[in-house]
Design a protein around this ligand. Sequence first.
Ligand code: NAP
Length: 303
Amino acid sequence: MKLALAGIGKIALDQHVPALSASRDWELAATVSRHGTVEGVEAFTEIEAMLDTRPDIEAVSLCLPPVPRFEVAKAVLRAGRHLMLEKPAGATLAEVHRLQAMADAAGVTIYATWHSRMAEGVAAAKAWLADRKIHEGRITWREDVRKWHPGQDWIFEAGGMGVFDPGINALSILTEILPMPVHLTAARLAVPGNRQAPIAAELTLTGGIAADFDFRQEGPQTWDMEFATDAGTMALRMGGNVLEIDGARREGADSIMGEYPALYARMAELVRNGESEVDLRPMVLVADAFTLGRRETVEAFEF
Ligand code: NAP
């Protein structure tokens, strides 16, 4: 099946293009981006031009930041093409509900991806937690924004989500593996004086779960989740890729390289089965943190 990739920036080039090159299901047939291109692939700068010129392209995968994504997503669905969305699926929940309704009405697939759910340890962690009672859960997601999002000013704009851009990956794993529903009860957001979105956040959730997100971590990076249960401890490290049970490593890989091939395989499966997948629970937790969170102004941030 032929697919176009829109928004040729860091994640498109780091992960989507290699995953598509290796895919047996998909051929990268066009790109849509104002500046970015992929060598050897037909390049467009406007989505409408691509959709008009290439009726043979069945699906479009969007890697734009969340705020400009909605208009492009609507154009894709209006043209009757299948739609795959990078995380988070939109800038607001209402946008994604509208896209979902449009896709259903048009009879096409919409897939709101969560790449971290495809990490190596996630399925086994979910199975291990299924029949256990969780006493406490601790998420520590601390990374260096200058390393992972160099010069991406959009991330600190309204709608860019700030530290929730990586933090929502942890929440996507959490909502996948927990045997019970959770909701947010309190949050603290640290917002640089010259920015709109938080650079750090602390969340308190029901079920004894707490999260610590920080974009200011230099040196070793931390993407860990630790759970104490009535029958032992479990940890997911390396963004869900390494699983530890009672302190001993069970399985996993030290990189995220398997996540994007798994997303494209899932997209192919959804299209073939005429199905969609949109789970907005991670976005609900982030929206509630913005609704309920106490804000404190911290030191100005420049890339
Ligand atoms: P990025 O490097 O800034 O790339 C996004 C691309 O979107 C830009 O290169 C730009 O390409 C295009 N674009 C269109 N309208 C834009 C606008 N108003 N502002 C900025 N860019 C605009 O961002 P990214 O890191 O690839 O992230 C894109 C999405 O992927 C985000 O939702 C992010 O959460 C997700 N993601 C990122 C990572 C990561 O490690 N960076 C990992 C997983 C998921 P043109 O100028 O060519 O149009």
